[in-house]
Design a binder for this molecule. Structure first.
Ligand code: GLA
Length: 382
């Protein structure tokens, strides 16, 4: 890495600004890596990115919300994750992957400005990965195939960053559409935009502000437990090689003798069914049914998949019982992060008061509440 004195080069301003949105998953949790259906939206919180070509051959990464900035030569792109590089590992991983794919990389400054809370389950890492890839391909004048861009960024997360996540987050940031939810089959990557019309209701994101310390180990543990359930069902010939856990019937699951593995499988199979019903409910504008499915999803994540915890349970279950709320659930990987609720617009103020008070009493923490709209995924903003 070079000295940061070199940062202020005689840059050529580019007037193109870009935006990488965060996402919330409406329903379909912890089933993307089980070949299931998910239904995220991109939200109005996200990361702005600005690209400036440099006259020298250096790459400088800068973020208004982080101390750390980095400069390195385009001839010497770091090829591995380095904890010293902090948040810069995400864009570096993407630059490295694009370079390996044959993209010619010249010097540039890339600066980011974010209003997306980090480590809160709103996919700040997918947002910066997808945004970086989009900017570099756009600046190079390359055609951008958004599903392929999502796959490249998932690979960066899996291999460069070392997080074995599924495809949902990167795919959502790349492919979501304003006023629509993205119904994605994570096995085939076929997707459909389902109208997300809330009329008198709003989607509220409730940030537990609980740091997600368990997240990495517990995520990998749940993934391993799902793989074990799949192995048992294939061995018992309930599923064929190449099928996914979501392809099992509820009845087949009873042959799994280990109660923990059986519960994990029950969540995966039932959640996939709930996503189908939720998509039908949305298409029919039936928000009451949609809300009930959100509640059922939360209960399954709490009891069968065991990825919620006191904070998320308090948010979701308190919300579910407040008048004007049609449904609530945790969203994302869990163990902290955010929950979401579908709340009547005219009740938002009283809802927020009751919820914040109850949450503080039970957990000693102050939650944050944001009203969110379904937005386009990654895009040019001027
Ligand atoms: C994280 C992962 C996703 C998905 C969710 C849980 O957000 O990055 O791939 O598994 O958790 O649904």
């Amino acid at each position: 890495m070079m000295s940061l004195d070199n940062i202020k080069s005689d840059n050529i301003e580019s007037d193109t600004h870009y935006f990488g949105s965060g996402r919330v998953n409406l329903i379909g949790e912890h089933i993307d890596y089980n070949g299931g259906l998910v239904m995220p939206i991109a939200i109005n919180l996200g990361i702005k990115g600005q690209y400036k070509e440099r006259k020298d051959n250096n790459i400088c990464l800068y973020s208004s919300s982080h101390q750390k900035q980095i400069i390195f030569s385009a001839d010497n792109i770091p090829s591995q994750y380095d904890p010293e590089n902090d948040w810069c590992n995400y864009p570096i991983g993407v630059i490295h992957a694009l370079y390996n794919d044959g993209l010619k990389i010249n010097g540039f400054d890339l600066s980011f400005d974010s209003n997306l809370p980090e480590g809160s389950g709103l996919s700040s890492s997918a947002a910066i990965e997808v945004l970086t890839a989009y900017i570099l391909l756009h600046q190079a004048g390359n055609p951008i195939h958004l599903p392929a861009l999502a796959v490249l960024c998932q690979k960066v997360e899996n291999e460069f960053i070392g997080v074995k996540c599924g495809i949902m987050d990167q795919f959502a940031v790349a492919n979501c559409k304003k006023d629509h939810a993205l119904l994605l089959n994570c096995n085939t990557l076929k997707y459909e935009h389902v109208p997300f019309e809330l009329d008198d209701y709003s989607l509220l994101v409730m940030n537990s502000k609980k740091p997600r310390s368990l997240i990495k180990s517990a995520y990998n543990e749940r993934k391993a437990e799902s793989e074990e359930a799949l192995r048992i069902l294939i061995e018992a010939r309930k599923l064929n090689q190449g099928q996914y856990l979501v392809d099992a019937d509820m009845a087949d699951i009873s042959i799994i003798t280990d109660p923990t593995i059986r519960k994990r499988a029950r969540h995966v199979v039932s959640e996939n069914i709930r996503v189908r019903h939720a998509a039908t409910a949305l298409r029919m504008g039936d928000l009451h049914t949609f809300g009930r499915l959100m509640n059922a999803s939360h209960q399954s994540l709490k009891e069968d998949y065991e990825v919620s915890g006191l904070e998320l349970d308090t948010l979701a279950e308190t919300a579910q019982n407040i008048i004007g709320c049609l449904g609530a659930r945790m969203t994302g990987a869990g163990f902290g992060g955010c929950a979401i609720a579908l709340v009547q617009k005219k009740s938002i103020e009283s809802f927020s008061k009751i919820l914040s008070h109850r949450y503080l009493t039970v957990t000693g923490l102050n939650c944050e509440i944001y009203e969110c709209q379904a937005e386009d995924g990654v895009r040019i903003i001027n």
